[in-house]
Design a protein around this ligand. Structure first.
Ligand code: PBG
Length: 337
């Protein structure tokens, strides 16, 4: 949907906009946007071990699961009406290296997680995060050489990762690295290997953001030196986001994403008007943490703030929302009012 000219001319007292706000019934009748459980992509963290779920300290009420428990969680999410998850694997320190070797292990945690989830809940759409940082001894999204992040060498590894996830049964791969040319390389490789139906959701406009902090706590994946500003985008730019999204569309992405969400709603709007693909937005860990923390202090109503943030994404033009609030918001949507 694009902006419309508002041609409202009727003047007071004939025109009283409040008539359309006087009851829940009329408000719901004229609501311009709405949310449903299938709009959400649920980010899930998986860790090695058995029968354990560990709360992430900077993400209250959010957990890292061992795979056995994660499978049950995915079943529950599906029963509630959510239709898509995106997986992130927590990699033990000793398995990390500069080339992210563990990322392409066919029996790695991510690959096992995809297989087991698709086995247990085949109707759930499974997406995988394709990025090297949880596997990198430097905590960067690419191969490091002389303090620099190499582009083309990283794209090669990321492409192998995407193939490995497709082999395991992922429905979509979601590259979150911001290397140049990776969508083209992945699409070509997927086609060559016969994975014609494996989709790509590209983190097209991903900003170098402080709002990823809690996520990096969850995966212990913070960069060991420097920052991510040579590959993730500068928060001051919006034209560049359009460029990135259009490049990814041309290179064969099926869905483009803007990330983070709340401080970048203008970017969501701009991108949604510039590509002919579904646009997703990532309501990232720091945005979740802010609302949760304020709610815990009693400084705002957490549930209302959550719903208001989520509808804000739809209003800005997002078709899909990756959010840690997915389950909570779904429960709220299912309540009969
Ligand atoms: C990995 C990745 C990150 C997030 C998603 N994929 C962290 C980063 O780029 O540093 C952040 C998600 C969040 O904060 O919720 N590249």
């Amino acid at each position: 949907m694009t902006h419309r000219e508002i041609g409202y001319r009727s003047s007071f007292p004939h025109g009283r906009p409040r008539r359309l706000r006087q009851s829940g019934a009329i408000r719901s009748l004229v609501a311009e946007h709405d949310l449903k459980p299938a709009d959400f992509i649920v980010p899930l963290f998986v860790m090695e071990g058995q029968d354990e779920k560990r709360e992430i300290p900077s993400m209250p009420d959010y957990y890292n699961y061992t795979l056995d428990l994660l499978v049950d969680e995915v079943q529950e999410l599906h029963d509630l009406g959510m239709r898509s998850v995106v997986l992130f694997a927590k990699v033990p320190e000793e398995k990390k290296d500069n080339k992210g070797t563990e990322a392409v292990n066919p029996d790695g945690l991510m690959q096992r997680a995809v297989r087991e989830i698709k086995d247990a809940v085949p109707e759930m759409l499974v997406m995988t995060d394709v990025a090297m940082d949880p596997y990198s001894s430097y905590g960067h999204d690419g191969v490091v050489e002389d303090g620099k992040i190499l582009n083309d060498a990283s794209v090669e590894i990321l492409t192998e990762m995407a193939i490995s996830h497709a082999e395991a049964g992922a429905d979509f791969v979601a590259p979150s690295d911001m290397m140049d040319g990776r969508i083209k390389a992945m699409r070509e490789a997927l086609e060559e290997e016969g994975y014609h139906d494996t989709g790509i959701m590209s983190y097209s406009a991903k900003y170098a953001s402080s709002y990823y902090g809690p996520f990096r706590d969850a995966l212990e994946s913070a960069p060991g030196f420097g920052d991510k500003k040579t590959y993730q985008m500068d928060p001051s730019n919006v034209d560049e986001a359009i460029k990135e999204a259009q490049i990814d569309e041309q290179e064969g992405a099926d869905i483009v994403m803007v990330k983070p969400g709340l401080p970048y709603l203008d970017v969501v709007r701009a991108v949604s008007e510039s590509v002919n693909l579904p646009v997703s937005v990532y309501n990232v860990s720091g945005e979740y943490a802010m609302i949760k923390a304020a709610a815990q202090k009693g400084w705002l109503d957490g549930e209302q703030a959550m719903m208001e943030a989520l509808i804000g994404f739809k209003r800005a033009g997002a078709d899909l929302i990756a959010t840690y609030f997915a389950k909570e918001a779904t429960k709220r949507l299912l309540e009969v009012k």
